[in-house]
Design a protein around this ligand. Sequence first.
Ligand SMILES: [Zn+2]
Length: 268
Amino acid sequence: MDWDNVRADVHAPLTEHFTPGRQGRRIRGVTVHHMAGNLTIDQCRSVWEGSPTSAHYAVQADGRIGQMVDDADTAWACGNWDANLETISVEFANDRFGPWTVGAKALDAGAHLVAALCRCYGLGRPRWMANVFPHRHWSPTQCPGELAGSQNAELMRLCGEWYDYMAGAGSAPGGDDMLRDENLNKPGGGTVPADQAVAWGYYYAKCAKEYLDEMSGQVEEIAKRSATPVSPEAVARALMEHGGLKVDIDYEKLAKAVNDDAARRMAE
Ligand SMILES: [Zn+2]
């Protein structure tokens, strides 16, 4: 998922069951839906191919996102033509029914998507009933279940935090041990103590297999920002081996690098 440019993991546009263009109307919000089921992107697409209904995006349970109607086009989603013309519809996979709830991964990825859309279309920070609406606001329906009920506060918290994070004004929301680390999420610059850097080194070491390239880039960055001359190799070794690392590090920059990395992993 390319959040900054809102490019979905899967781009598989429908050939019918939507209206090309938006009849001159401006996008002014996002409409939140639930699938009333735990469907994959492919299954959503099949449903929408087989009946006169659609949405722009589907967020499946593992957080993977598919786009089936382009933002510039009008999905048949809200049971209300003005809402179809003026909002972008996002479908969340459910993890349970009675009542319909959404699992953590889909909730987080969907919130990130809502934030990215609000940012992309200049709609401002996501706010419920201001620029983020439940399907049931537009027409009589139970949709989107608990996303408009017991899970609404969590949904909107994540939307807001992802929005701030994307705007460079905050940390990525929790969902990962490192992200929950209160030091890591502490805003502001300054320096980080060596033992903290070593802990992060362990974190990178843990994901080193997948993120070797990013890691070496970040190690280089740390080395560059050290108060005393130090080679990237030395930083890497110290980080990996839990050695006594004695360098000053730009806290904000490193925290952002860690959060970016963790967010990327969460998005995959
Ligand atoms: Zn709906």
